[in-house]
Design a protein around this ligand. Structure first.
Ligand SMILES: [Zn+2]
Length: 199
């Protein structure tokens, strides 16, 4: 159906979402054409443009936020002696939902993975090393997954943040091997946190 060039262009855009192939993208595109009202389309465009424009990374912990520094970093009631290192903002949202943790975070935006061409310089490790120098910080809790990339990243972090009076721990058992924090439930997260141990 080459004459449907606008529809094909929409399909090509939708195919850029992770896990969305041509079939699903085509289904979405047809849905937009046939079911979306003019207002739906406008609201969608507005949400897309304003999210891309307003949402950025916190200058301290790199979590996605709409301010220069996120609410968690600014909060006086959070425990500023603990920094939990996670892969991405989705992990922060899961942990926050579980209400099992009251410290700060550091979001890496990826894990070291030579196979995918991601090295230590490609994720937010420099800023973590700097934050770890602050004497207020007493513990770095590494909450990367139990995958080769997660373990490599954890070992690397342990190497770059060591200083006297700072303990570096990794969350413990409970999370399924290779499992992501993103999908862990409250109880599993609590157990994993309680069972954290020094690397
Ligand atoms: Zn922050």
């Amino acid at each position: 159906m080459n004459e449907l060039k606008f529809l094909n262009r929409l399909v090509a855009s939708l195919e850029k979402f992770p896990g969305v192939g041509k079939k699903t993208a085509t289904r979405f595109a047809f849905h937009i054409v046939e079911k979306f009202s003019e207002e739906d389309v406008k609201a969608f465009i507005d949400a897309l443009v304003s999210t891309k424009d307003k949402v950025k990374h916190c200058q301290t912990c790199h979590v996605l936020t709409e301010q220069d520094e996120c609410e968690i970093c600014q909060s006086p009631v959070r425990d500023h002696s603990q920094i939990m290192v996670v892969k991405d903002t989705k992990d922060v949202l899961s942990i926050e939902k579980s209400k099992q943790y009251n410290g700060l975070y550091h979001v890496l935006s990826g894990l070291i993975s030579p196979l995918e061409g991601i090295g230590p310089d490609d994720i937010n490790l420099d800023s973590l090393a700097k934050r770890a120098e602050d004497p207020v910080v007493k513990e770095i809790i590494i909450a990367t997954s139990f995958t080769p990339a997660g373990e490599t990243t954890a070992l690397y972090i342990d190497k770059i943040v060591s200083r006297q009076g700072l303990s570096v721990t990794k969350i413990g058992y409970g999370l399924p091997a290779g499992g992501d924090i993103e999908y862990a439930d409250e109880l599993t997260l609590r157990r994993a946190l309680e069972a954290r141990k020094k690397i």
